[in-house]
Design a protein around this ligand. Structure first.
Ligand SMILES: [Zn+2]
Length: 403
């Protein structure tokens, strides 16, 4: 993560950037706002109890594989990519990779974003993202930096989220494709299934030297540029709904939720963009309901993670910027002020708080389930590695997933 960056350092005038999300949401009137389906207390509890179970230590599970120095282009960076890829492969999600080489202050480096989509044919996507690279330091001991909050923990949250919700997504997909879609609390599952879940792991977020417009967010800049110029085929549902301009992959994104600098105790989370104040408030409400139901452990003094959305803060430069510039709605979930250990060797496992990580896992599970109107039923399996009946033919995948 870079240091805090205000609009004034951006090449575009600040008022123009503030207007962009509004202008874009007017163009995508069929996207926002979405009806947010609030789960009952019983369903809330069921979602928190889905497999995988609560973490038992800050180094258990995924973090065991992520907490290594993993700067872009390094052997460890490739190892982490392989680990994430194998986790999603076992869940049966569609994978896209975007390998490319870019010039950096220390020469050309190979980068690779990893993109996972539950249903690559769905016309709309809720996107959650984090960066998986760690900051590069050339000499010992700084080159042992593992970036626990920056952003190994957020990546682990996303892996946990995919594992927990995949059985629900598959179950709903099975009902829809077999003509057994349910009407749940007035919601038509077939219609709700038009929005799928996509998870992006960005490479090259960190500056190789000092944060500048060209030495930072390598992966996010590459992906936003690529998706802006990748047009959807005429057969895509969004193409049929619009006349001009021809929709691109960017148009399939409802909102991009970027996680960064999380996992330590007592973060302060702010809302940065007016068009997603309502989503920020939903996430804050999820946290509040989980606390009220006693479904998360909250240490004394940690109740106020989410600051009132009206206490808006200036934009922080991060992977969302190139998407924001292209009109994508953004929810930036980042600790502000940054963790005390930021870009310091102390940002290791000892910087992570187990109660805070469990709390994030549960907030994200419930928030995402409610956004996608995913409701656990008595048949919901809790096992991992259940490929289930959901599958797409290779022919179908080629149609919309080229990036
Ligand atoms: Zn960083």
């Amino acid at each position: 993560m870079p240091s805090a960056r205000s609009f004034s350092r951006h090449p575009l005038p600040s008022y123009f950037l503030l207007l962009l999300p509004l202008l874009y949401s007017l163009c995508l009137a069929d996207h926002l706002p979405r009806t947010f389906h609030t789960l009952s207390d019983t369903h809330l509890k069921q979602i928190t109890q889905l497999s995988p179970p609560q973490w038992t230590s800050v180094t258990s599970g995924h973090l065991e594989h992520l907490l290594i120095p993993r700067p872009s282009g390094s052997e460890n960076n490739t190892l982490v990519q392989q680990y994430i890829s194998s986790a999603f492969s076992s869940l049966g999600w569609h994978e896209d990779q975007t390998p490319f080489t870019d010039d950096t202050p220390i020469g050309p480096i190979k980068f690779n974003n990893l993109i996972y989509t539950f249903d690559p044919l769905a016309p709309r996507k809720l996107v959650l993202a984090a960066h998986f690279d760690s900051k590069y330091f050339p000499t010992y001991p700084e080159n042992q930096f593992v970036g626990a909050t920056d952003s190994a923990a957020p990546c682990a949250f996303l892996l946990d989220l995919a594992e927990a919700l995949t059985p629900l997504l598959k179950e709903r997909q099975r009902r829809v494709t077999s003509g057994q879609a349910l009407l749940l609390d007035g919601l038509d599952e077939e219609e709700e299934a038009e929005t799928t879940l996509q998870i992006i792991f960005f490479d090259g977020e960190e500056a190789v030297k000092d944060w500048t417009d060209t030495d930072s967010i390598y992966g996010a800049r590459h992906l936003a540029e690529t998706w802006e110029t990748t047009f959807l085929p005429p057969s895509h549902p969004l193409s049929k709904r619009r006349y001009s301009p021809t929709p691109t992959i960017l148009n399939t994104i409802d909102v991009l939720i970027l996680l960064d600098l999380l996992g330590d105790s007592n973060p302060r989370i702010h809302s940065y963009y007016r068009d997603t104040d309502w989503l920020f408030t939903q996430m804050s409400d999820v946290d509040k309901r989980l606390r009220q139901e006693g479904l998360i452990d909250v240490e004394k003094g940690e109740e106020g993670w989410f600051v009132d959305f009206k206490m808006r803060k200036g934009m922080i430069g991060d992977d969302h910027a190139p998407f924001l510039e292209r009109g994508v709605s953004i929810l930036h979930v980042i600790s502000n002020p940054f963790p005390k250990v930021w870009h310091n060797l102390a940002d290791d496992a000892s910087a992570l708080s187990l109660p805070a990580m469990r709390r994030w896992n549960r907030i994200l599970r419930v928030f995402t389930a409610e956004y996608l109107s995913l409701i656990p039923t008595t048949n919901t399996p809790s096992q991992r590695n259940d490929h289930g009946p959901y599958s797409r033919s290779a022919d179908e995948l080629v149609r919309y997933s080229s990036i």
